[in-house]
Design a protein around this ligand. Structure first.
Ligand code: NAG
Length: 257
């Protein structure tokens, strides 16, 4: 009798193992994911000042120049400003820690998820000789995971786009996005009667509206996590009623969500 049960037991056991593995894969938000990375071909050590996120020249020096273009992780611009730990996998050249980069651009090359600034690419190496070897390889195997962005001594800052036209058209970029969540919606509210207007994501990290509300403007940013958690963050500082194209305004808040 017993032998006829054996195949059934084996089947049950393997089903159980498969289920456990699937559950682990689903809950594994901090795990590294295998991929490939390249580096910018230009001679610039740091990032690009014409990246698809709309950060302009700020994007070249953000995070000390440890920045990257993303392919699928660009996510229609939602991925702009997100931080990832990226490490290469060759034990001859690479450190375990790798480098923490900020997404400032969109692009892919040879099935890569990231095109890092040269500086960031070299930072994954154990020393300068190893960095030179990595750079010479051009495209390498990596592992990555989303991490929290942290800018000590920096508040989230609003940079009014040069193309804004007071008071008819307002466009701005959000600098120093912090934490591990995406900014998925932005509102401007009048401080007097709380009329609010939802902005459009023009592209990348650029938010725009025609006929913005008037008076000092209270900003609201919706931070959304992978787990579905959503939080509206309302900074202490308002954007002044006489906002100017090209100006930056400190929101007075740091975010760690
Ligand atoms: C950030 O905002 C706070 C007010 O909330 C302010 O005291 C502080 O000086 C700001 N930090 C920077 C670096 O601007």
């Amino acid at each position: 009798m017993a032998p006829s049960f054996r195949p059934l037991l084996l089947l049950l056991a393997s089903l159980l193992i498969m289920q456990t593995m699937a559950a682990e894969a689903e809950t594994c938000t901090d795990c590294f994911i295998h991929s490939r990375a390249a580096h910018y071909p230009n001679s610039d050590e740091q990032g690009t000042d014409s990246g698809a996120c709309g950060f302009g020249s700020f994007g070249a020096t953000l995070n000390g120049g440890d920045v990257s273009a993303a392919s699928d992780l660009y996510r229609g611009g939602i991925g702009c400003g997100a931080c990832y730990q990226v490490r290469c996998t060759s034990s001859n050249y690479c450190t375990d820690k790798g480098v923490t980069i900020v997404i400032t651009d969109q692009g892919s090359s040879h099935d890569t998820d990231f095109i890092l600034s040269k500086q960031a690419f070299g930072r994954m190496a154990q020393n300068s000789d190893a960095a030179a070897s990595l750079l010479a390889l051009g495209v390498i195997d990596i592992e990555y995971r989303r991490v929290s962005c942290s800018y000590p001594n920096k508040n989230i800052t609003i940079k009014i786009d040069e193309n804004s036209n007071y008071p008819h058209y307002l466009a701005f970029v959000i600098w120093y996005q912090q934490g591990k969540r995406d900014i998925t919606a932005v509102q401007l509210c009048e401080t007097q009667n709380f009329v609010c207007k939802l902005l459009d994501r023009s592209y990348g990290a650029v938010w725009t509206t025609t006929s913005p509300p008037s008076g000092p403007l209270s900003l609201r940013m919706l931070f959304s996590g992978e787990d579905g958690d959503e939080t509206w963050v309302v900074p202490v500082n308002n954007i002044p009623h006489d906002w100017k194209a090209g100006e930056t305004y400190d929101t007075g808040v740091q975010v760690d969500v």
